[in-house]
Design a protein around this ligand. Structure first.
Ligand code: FAD
Length: 377
């Protein structure tokens, strides 16, 4: 038994959002079932930039120390010229998680996913891999879901944390779908050059921009942003040769990374998309959070932070004194302005990358966004 207002929650999707939510709820005494569609619970290999407010959320569920043991913290963002890597400017990054946490940390996504998955299993969450939801029936004061393995789960709440193409979102009748932003991103994990000490971004080059972050003592992840290429390029495959060709014209450390890439290095290319569910994120006893409700282009590297914050805040509110019926609108009212600010500002930065205007001031927008995120989630 628990004194929480909810005693059982079904979480659909075991990415960052679903894992942090499952962990936070289970740590508060809630019985959690987690349905993850992938038969194996592993994270993609590429890197992630984790900002202070995300680190704060990871600390809230007790995984920060393990994460810090793997990742690379830094407090600086350096801007460079594409041609020769000469420094344009460098800025201290605001510590959005508080002064006792680094501003930013680079990490391998698979390390983060593994740390979260182990913690979720250790706290006793009922994890159902290779499983999705095939039917949702709202009972008024509870919800029953039929899972793809034929079992049924009745819970106080169903949370769709199943990502930008959320199936739960459609099952709830929410018609919002992802929209292409107009730019595509190449990513690769590569050996970390000795001179790399923080995230750096290269401007004034042949593409929108290029950059990298250190993610371990030996590795970095590098990216290149350009216009949308044919869909045939989308995916993860041995495409080092293509990325080397596409990134011609970038010097400095970026050039060093490129020149060291094998022709068959595994690269990832995606069209960047965004989503924002404007209507309530909930229907009866079901709701969507994380990328299923709001996904922003990664221009401020805040997507996962918004997801992890959603999860921690929702778990806190669901296990407080208020009934579920009032928690859901209160949760959305608390989260919506913050995620919309991040999304709007990320989209503005993307527009300026694609079509620079005389008033373009990305440094100001980045700085204002990160300063605003110092406020509690
Ligand atoms: C190119 C790119 C770079 C990015 N870089 C950064 C960055 O540096 N920093 C940052 O903070 N954010 C970044 N982001 C954003 C960040 O990756 C996402 O916001 C975050 O990972 C979303 O987490 P999620 O758990 O909500 O969704 P997802 O990561 O999509 O996880 C959804 C989970 O649900 C599962 N699932 C899907 N459908 C079903 C179903 N029907 N039933 C059951 N399970 C299902 C999936 O298998 C998956 O495990 C980036 C995004 C992109 C696209």
């Amino acid at each position: 038994m628990t004194d929480a207002r909810v005693s059982r929650v079904l979480v659909v999707g075991g990415g960052i959002t679903g894992s942090v939510l499952s962990l936070a709820l289970a740590q508060r005494g809630v019985d959690v079932v987690l349905a993850e569609i992938r038969p194996e619970w592993t994270g993609a290999g590429h890197g992630i930039t984790i900002q202070g407010n995300a680190l704060k959320a990871f600390r809230a569920v007790g995984v920060l120390d393990e994460l810090m043991a793997h990742g690379v913290p830094f407090d600086l963002l350096r801007l460079k010229n594409a041609a020769d890597g000469s420094v344009i400017a460098e800025f201290p990054t605001p510590r959005t998680g508080g002064e006792d946490l680094p501003a930013t940390m680079g990490a391998l996504r698979s390390d983060l996913a593994g740390i979260l998955a182990r913690a979720v299993i250790a706290v006793g969450v009922d994890v159902r891999l290779g499983t999705t939801v095939s039917d949702i029936t709202d009972l008024g004061d509870a919800v029953t879901a039929t899972l793809s393995d034929g079992s049924t789960v009745t819970a106080d709440l169903l949370v769709g944390a199943d990502g930008i193409r959320s199936q739960v979102r459609s099952m709830l009748g929410i018609e919002t779908v992802p929209q292409p932003v107009g730019m595509g991103i190449w990513r690769v994990v590569a050996p970390r050059p000795a001179a790399m000490d923080c995230a750096e971004v290269y401007y004034n080059g042949p593409k929108y921009k290029a950059g990298y972050s250190p993610i371990s003592a030996d590795l970095c992840y590098a990216y290149l942003l350009e216009g949308n290429l044919d869909r045939a390029h989308v995916g993860e495959y041995p495409g080092g040769k293509v990325l080397k060709e596409r990134s011609e014209g970038y010097g400095g450390i970026w050039g060093e990374i490129r020149d060291g890439l094998a022709d068959d290095a595994v690269v990832n290319y995606q069209w960047i998309e965004s989503v924002l569910v404007q209507d309530p994120w909930y229907r009866g006893r079901s709701l969507v959070i994380g990328d299923a409700a709001h996904a922003c282009p990664p221009l401020i590297a805040q997507g996962a932070a918004m997801c992890a914050e959603d999860a921690v805040v929702l778990a806190e509110m669901l296990t407080g004194d208020d009934p579920v019926e009032s928690v859901l609108p209160a949760f959305m009212a608390r989260r919506f302005p913050r995620v919309r600010m991040v999304l709007d500002n990320s989209l503005q930065l993307a527009r300026w990358e694609m079509s620079p205007t005389p008033d373009a001031d990305p440094g100001r927008i980045m700085g204002e966004t990160l300063q605003a995120l110092k406020a509690p989630a």
